[in-house]
Design a protein around this ligand. Structure first.
Ligand SMILES: [Zn+2]
Length: 320
């Protein structure tokens, strides 16, 4: 079996797996450590066949895997964690915030009811809620996480790679930085903007978090970013600036959507994303609209005027 392993730079390799999701592939990275082991960053989705695909990758390595690092708990990154841990015997390292969210999303107490109720509360039609449940169940069957990972702290170093906390796409999103190389996960993506959505059981202002993370990337000015999807980014600070501008524009569209009668986040999502979307993508759009309108609420420019469903309006006396 072809492993598809690609050497990007000395001691940095990438493997790409196909995904049956809105995005059709995910990249995972392998970093050669000074101690003669490999660090794997992200594991892909735990699809049937994931074990075989990973075994082909492992067969090509000249040294054992010392550890597995998870950038964030989304299924395409964490889904095969337990499979890769089993194959390699290596420990899984995950941020504390991310692990807690991972348990809420995929653990035994995971509550699809609470998440569905949250989406409906923000305007998702009941008919779409059923599709959401079905899709979520399928996805959950592809996620195999380890119960007790080693917890990583931002600022910690792994073989010289500094662990950065860059929240926004996920509350506990971690990235690795060494010698100007950023293993970025989904904090930056080429040609598409990482989803920044608000969900229940999460930090209240993911867009504010994301804008701070982008500012941090501008400041750090890495030479290159290897990302969770799509092509590597040759000018990460430039891409971060583009994403800041992109969200500024979306905030304007959100504010415009609050011009008339109070609206739900679902209705705002149609103002920001007017094109027809699959029900799965529309749910991402809803979470994204919610992140934007709640950011405006935090700034004093919008307010919640109704509950059940929650509706938003422009603030009566918006702050300057
Ligand atoms: Zn991803």
């Amino acid at each position: 079996m072809e492993s598809g392993l690609v050497e990007l730079a000395d001691g940095i390799r990438r493997v790409t797996f196909a995904l049956p999701l809105g995005i059709d592939h995910v990249h995972c990275y392998l970093l050669r450590d000074g101690d003669g082991t490999w660090t794997i960053v992200d594991t892909g989705l735990g699809l049937p066949g994931a074990g075989q695909a990973w075994q082909a990758v492992l067969d090509e390595l000249d040294a054992p895997v010392g550890r597995i690092v998870i950038s964030h708990f989304h299924p395409d990154h964490v889904g095969a964690a337990a499979i890769v841990a089993e194959l390699t015997g290596a420990p899984v390292h995950q941020g504390a915030i991310d692990h807690a969210q991972c348990v809420r999303a995929w653990g035994r107490e995971r509550s699809l009811d609470r998440l569905t109720a949250f989406m409906v509360e923000h305007g998702l039609p009941i008919a779409d809620a059923d599709a959401f449940r079905a899709d979520s169940e399928t996805l959950a069957s592809y996620v195999q996480v380890v119960d007790e990972p080693e917890l990583l702290e931002p600022g910690e170093r792994i073989d010289g790679w500094e662990i950065l906390h860059l929240p926004g796409h996920a509350d506990g999103h971690l990235a690795l930085l060494r010698d100007g190389v950023l293993i970025a996960g989904d904090t930056l993506l080429a040609t598409i903007s990482p989803v920044v959505g608000l969900y229940n059981d999460a930090r209240p202002d993911p867009l504010g978090d994301f804008l701070s993370s982008l500012a941090r990337i501008v400041e750090l000015a890495p030479r290159i970013a290897y990302t969770g999807h799509r092509a590597a980014i040759e000018d990460p600070a430039g891409r971060a600036r583009e994403l800041v501008a992109h969200h500024a524009h979306r905030l304007e569209l959100t504010a415009e959507a609050l011009d008339g009668e109070p609206v739900t986040a679902f209705e705002i999502s149609h103002a920001i994303f007017p094109d027809p979307l699959s029900s799965g993508l529309r749910r991402f759009a809803l979470a994204e609209a919610l992140a934007h309108v709640e950011h405006l609420v935090g700034k004093g420019a919008a307010e919640r005027v109704d509950a059940g469903p929650v509706r938003y309006a422009a603030a009566k006396a918006p702050l300057a």
